[in-house]
Each structure stands twice: as structure tokens, then as C-alpha cells.
Design a protein around this ligand. Structure first.
Ligand code: 13P
Length: 253
């Protein structure tokens, strides 16, 4: 049985003091939910403060991005060792990074390898655009992203991954995929692609989150699906009560 995993992607929100405030509210609400994995992903500037607060907590901390090089002249970037010093997770290849910052399956692949080499759990994001969805290309796009982003990894490395399927048209729009449609992508496209790369045993163990307008009132329907193993939550992770609602739905699924 795969554990459910609920992670909050705060994106470019919350100053350091606001991040502290949110974690202070969130921690007592999430800490008791021992049967699920949970994590928050603040901005890199707020990471040290949040990691300090959650040092003895079961709640994991993740970065939203990092570079693949070890160190050096890469102005503005974070090295894997810097992230690994205070984080357990790192989001890789979020659609906003692909859309606005030129990330590709190849850069995702380099980052995933660097994250694994530093003991981080990558949360690898995949998902099709509205145009691709309407053109019936979802399965092709998603399998290409899985194969490209996870190229040349061993089954041992594969077992350490988390995947987040986030259809771009569902992100921040209030227009979530239906739980049945999302599950069909997880079960019939993503997991079979993982099985081809890593073998069925490993593929069955990998948590596949859904992301895109997950809220407290639709979360349970997603978590009731066979192959939806949690959620990567944007907007609703910025309010303690809303994120708690989603985490509770996962804990009760
Ligand atoms: P929303 O939950 O705001 O739709 O964002 C989803 C997302 O992009 C999480 O990474």
C-alpha cells in the first residue's frame, strides 16, 4: 500500500515572517496525521526559517527548484548540497518553471539526478497544456515527460522518486481535473511508463500526486481513486485550515 503524500507548493508567496506564521499554525494541525507523508515547500529565502521550525517534526521541507551543478559561477541558483543541508524534498520541473524559465525534460533529468545524488527526494512534475489536452495529446506528452525526465535512472533511484501529475489548465484556475480523468492518467499512462523504465515492483511503489485546484472540498474524491497517492497543492496550501482539510482527507482515505 502506498502512503498518501500531501505537499504544499507555496510558489512565490509568503515573506519569511509570513512563512513562520503559517508554519506555526500548520504544525499542530498536521503533526498528528502520522499515517500520511506531508511537506511544505516555501521560497528558498524562507527555507532556513521553516526548516528550523520543523527540525524535529515529521513534516518534511522541500525546495521549489535547484540547479544541477555542484557549485560555482551560476548567479542566482541553489546548489544541491545547499538544499540537501536543510530539505528532504525538491520540486523539479514544475510547469511554471517549464513555461516561464525555459526548463525542459533534459534539464529536469539533470536536476533529478543531482537531487538523488544528494539524498533528496525529487517531486517530479509533469502535465499537459490546455492545447495539448484539447488536441488529444495528453498521454503522449505525459509519457514523453516521464521518459525524458527520468532517463538513465536505475530502479533503485526510481524507487526514491515522487511524481506529480499537474495538468497546466487545472493549475490556479479552480477548474480541477475530474478525479476519474486524473486517475486514468496516473493508472493508464504514468504508472505504465514508470513500469517500463523501472519494472512493475518499483512502479507500484512510487507515489503519484495529483495537482491542480485541489481544495478541501474536492480532495477526498481524488484520494479515493486507486492511483492518486496524494496532492501537490498550490493556492490552498497558503491557508492553514485549507491545507489541514486536504491533509485530513488524505489521512482518512
Ligand atoms: P493550485 O493548487 O493553486 O492549482 O496549484 C497547483 C500547483 O501548481 C502545485 O504545484
Amino acid at each position: 500500500m502506498r502512503k498518501k503524500f500531501v505537499a504544499g507548493n507555496w510558489k512565490m508567496n509568503k515573506t519569511i515572517s509570513e512563512a513562520r506564521q503559517l508554519v506555526a499554525e500548520l504544525q499542530p494541525l498536521l503533526e498528528p496525521l502520522h499515517n500520511i507523508d506531508r511537506a511544505v515547500c516555501p521560497t528558498s529565502l524562507a527555507l532556513p526559517a521553516v526548516a528550523d521550525m520543523l527540525a524535529d517534526s515529521e513534516i518534511g521541507v522541500g525546495a521549489q527548484n535547484m540547479y544541477w551543478e555542484e557549485s560555482g559561477a551560476f548567479t542566482g541558483e541553489l546548489a544541491p548540497a545547499m538544499v540537501a543541508e536543510i530539505c528532504q524534498y525538491v520540486i523539479i520541473g514544475h510547469s511554471e518553471r517549464r513555461q516561464f524559465f525555459g526548463e525542459t525534460d533534459e534539464s529536469v533529468n539533470r536536476k533529478v539526478k543531482a537531487a538523488l545524488a544528494h539524498g533528496l527526494t525529487p517531486i517530479v512534475c509533469i502535465g499537459e497544456s490546455l492545447e495539448e489536452n484539447q488536441a488529444g495529446q495528453t498521454a503522449a506528452v505525459v509519457s514523453r515527460q516521464v521518459r525524458g525526465g527520468l532517463a538513465d535512472l536505475s530502479p533503485e533511484q526510481g524507487a526514491k522518486l515522487v511524481i506529480a501529475y499537474e495538468p497546466i489548465w487545472a493549475i490556479g484556475t479552480g477548474l480541477a481535473a475530474t478525479p476519474e480523468d486524473a486517475n486514468a492518467i496516473h493508472r493508464d499512462v504514468v504508472r505504465p511508463a514508470l513500469a517500463e523504465i523501472f519494472g512493475d515492483d518499483v512502479a507500484q511503489r512510487i507515489q503519484i500526486q495529483y495537482g491542480g485546484s485541489v481544495k478541501p472540498d474536492n480532495a477526498a474524491a481524488f484520494f479515493a481513486q486507486s492511483d492518486i497517492d496524494g496532492a501537490l497543492v498550490g493556492g490552498a496550501s497558503l491557508k492553514a485550515a485549507a491545507f489541514e482539510g486536504i491533509a485530513k482527507a488524505a489521512a482518512e482515505a
